[in-house]
Design a protein around this ligand. Structure first.
Ligand SMILES: [Zn+2]
Length: 307
């Protein structure tokens, strides 16, 4: 079965440690070897600027991560191909895997649309507006002020609409989320779960899930344990609860996976790295038809690519 994973932090790990090789590093959850073995078909690679990077260096760090994407992820992996559109993905040969470049938070672009367009020209296909805190675009979910989109943030969303790119609301404040719902043509939450199932502020409330479904958006299930359950021992069945619940709200055609692998170190039992997709697929097949499972794992995200 094919797998579309809408979010990982491989580039961040490789930026932190220049010795990591994407081929088969034991320090990574997602590697070239695992993608090939398990059936990876499209993997999104996020550019994430860590909080400790000084504002004046953030754009440069984004460029460094893009350089890592091309030099250390794509170049040494002959079957991994850069993709941005549905046509690119449909043109992949059976044994080829697509790699999409995404931006996690607009902290790197300051208040500059030129910096945004530059990142898009360099290959960014999906733009998360914030990480957890405030930037020129909006407030993140942990910013106490809880502000929505700035005037500049609205320009950013309009630019994403014009360019046929996803506007990613994962990490965004509640007010920012509703501002995006008014403006964005292609909203997604690439790596967010259900707040009703697990009361973590990073998760989506029912009204938010309904709104994403109504806007023909997508929700990617996140495998980070604290977003799955507040209980101590977390397993695949906790993850299934989020998927079942989003489906029960009408999201069967709007749910996929955004694992967040390599964005955290404490993994849940049975979901230690990318290979767990094999077990996830097996457990999903006990509850859903093969066609439904292939929607969750791959087709839903593929069909929602805006261009
Ligand atoms: Zn994230």
């Amino acid at each position: 079965m094919r797998i579309f994973d809408a979010h990982c932090d491989v580039l961040y790990q490789m930026w932190l440690d220049p010795t990591i090789e994407f081929a088969d590093s034991p320090k990574l959850h997602i590697t070239y070897k695992r993608l090939k073995e398990i059936g990876g078909k499209v993997q999104c690679f996020a550019i994430y600027i860590p909080e400790q990077v000084r504002p004046e260096s953030r754009f440069e760090v984004a460029l460094e991560m893009i350089d890592i994407f091309y030099k250390r992820v794509l170049a040494p992996s002959p079957l991994l191909k850069f993709v941005r559109t549905r046509d690119d993905i449909n043109a992949l040969k059976d044994n080829e895997i697509g790699a999409m470049l995404t931006l996690e938070g607009c902290d790197a672009i300051d208040n500059s649309l030129i910096k945004l367009s530059t990142l898009i020209r360099l290959g960014v296909s999906s733009v998360g507006l914030t990480w957890n805190y405030a930037n020129f675009v909006a407030d993140g979910i942990l910013e106490e002020r809880g502000g929505g989109l700035s005037t500049f943030g609205k320009d950013v969303v309009r630019e994403l609409n014009r360019s046929y790119l996803w506007t990613d609301v994962s990490h965004l404040s509640i007010q920012g989320f509703w501002d995006v719902m008014e403006l964005a043509d292609f909203p997604i939450a690439s790596h967010s779960n259900s707040f009703t199932i697990c009361k973590n502020r990073r998760n989506l409330q029912d009204e938010q899930i309904y709104a994403l479904i109504n806007k023909n958006g997508m929700i990617g299930i996140n495998l980070y344990p604290p977003f799955l359950s507040t209980r101590p021992k977390i397993t695949i069945s906790d993850m299934l609860k989020h998927l079942d619940y989003i489906c029960s709200l009408g999201g069967e055609y709007h749910v996929g996976f955004g694992s967040d692998f390599d964005g955290f170190s404490e993994t849940a039992k049975g979901m230690e790295n990318y290979s767990c997709y094999e077990v996830i697929i097996d457990s999903l097949l006990k509850h859903y038809s093969e066609n439904q499972v292939s929607r969750f794992l791959y087709k839903n995200f593929l069909e929602h690519i805006p261009r």
